[in-house]
Design a protein around this ligand. Sequence first.
Ligand code: WT7
Length: 594
Amino acid sequence: MIITVYPIQKKGEKMVDANHKYDVYMKKGKLKFTPNMPDYDKAYKGFKWEDHYKELDWAPGKPLNVAHVAVERHALGPNANKTALIYVGENTEQRLTYKELHLLSNKFANVLKKYGIKKGDRVFLFISRVPAVYVAFLGILKAGAVASTLFGAFGPQAVKDRVGDAEGIMVITNATLKDRVDAVRPEMPALKHVLVVGAKEQMPGTISYEKEMEAASNKFTMEQTQPEDPCFMLYTSGTTGHPKGVIHAHMAILQEYMTSKWVLDLRPEDIYWCTADHGWVTGIAYGILGPLAVGTTILLYEGRFSADAWYSTLQKYKITVWYTAPTAIRMLMKEGKDITKKYDFSTLRSIYSVGEPLNPEAIREGLDMFGLPFHDTWWQTETGAMMITNYPCMDIRFGSMGKPFPGLAAGIIDDNGKELGPNEEGNLALRPGWPAMMRTIWKNKEKYDSYFKNGWYTAGDKAWKDKDGYFWFIGRADDVIKTSGERVGPFEVESALIDHPAVAEAGVIGKPDPVRGEIIKAFITLKKGFAPSDKLKEEIQQFVKKRMAAHAFPREIDFVDSLPKTRSGKIMRRVLKAKELGQPIGDTSTLEND
Ligand code: WT7
């Protein structure tokens, strides 16, 4: 099986698809349902965000708290006894109705108040996929605090870089992850409380979730937050420096809700599975907030990845809408199509992908495996919600990210901000001001401002647009790495590497990989007295894994005598990457040592 990582269509070429299954699905009356958005062009033309305020039970001038939209209004209405969450753990299953989720999150908001959490305080979740994530996340919002999540694979250093920077007041964690918080606790002076979920006994120096929840009242008057008040914050990586805290406002719920409705096509009767972890923005916007706002039933699957486990989950829980990622799809493809025949996926209605380029082969094979095409969606931590996507009602061009959501304007611009025409490659940009756009970057206005120029928000991606307005991804414009769909900054990995006693200097790049999209590759020079060996390689890998993150370690390491640097001493990752890929090195006039 050949997998190309990037779309293979040529510019302007009409989609010629060998697999006619899609035509059957799309054109011969196989679209068995009427999507929530039946006609893209029509919806785009007349669209005004204001027309949808009332669907959130909100009007300008009124306070807006996402927890009201996501849970309270359902709990107080006809949806009260509808299942909000089906949790599937290793050996357990638990269901929560909207009413139960509302009352539990009220309790949690009371716990937060008891420990002095105030409006605007940053409260972190560093915990595996358990129902307490939903309870705590909504409780934090009810208390008017800012919810922030950390990926469970993070090591102590990664925790410190985020909680320390945000001056987090509380970390909610579990017994296994707690050690990683403890390891760096003295370096996070603002951190007052560590709250542990699911511990058998109360752990010294911590607050017990179970004990506090039992004692807390389930009545709580929600903080009257304003639409522009901060709601959640998420750390994300760029080319340089440590990860930055992207702040989202309560108003983002409008776009999270609308895209859940019109892109994911969610309805209250759906059983919906988003495979993303809540440590990433997809897990928040489409694992928690958007789908709850629609009033749908969310499946929360805690287990690990395996084709059998995933297929059984789709079948057993009668999933109707599924949102996943290209690496997962490629891993399923690797297991072959035959095993899909053992399962019944007939409840599935629409399937989606995000995070990295969705190769046309994945859509083709998806059609064979599930009888449905994956719909690609493009967005970013910073955009807060889906931006350019494929819609059930719109013809997919295999390999294209689709078209901008109604209410949004996207374009391709050159480096001076001039908009380019069809088929011209350039920087993917959007007109700023959409509801879910980040409101600031924590204590880093300069970084925030750097996204905006000449009336555009620049995404950091290279792309092009065809004459019919479909957008096509080319690659990142910067050094950000996407490995298994997870965003990793080379600087973070380099910093972790040079903390190892044997490493003198390190340069880190993303290397194309047929399954993971990219893998992290490091080039290392060693300190005097250390010699390259496989054992040392492995030791360095383990060191980064433990310290930084299990997903952010270099799968490949090359020991080199020197690294290409600019005269000012900056390592030129671009040169490392070109050499690795056997591509022309380009302009090296600023290179130090040639
Ligand atoms: C970057 C943002 C927001 C969901 C998770 C990613 C890449 C995202 C696609 C896509 C090609 C994509 C871009 C983007 N990306 N979606 N459909 N096709 N590339 O959020 O971690 O902030 O990463 O992921 O490079 O800029 P994120």
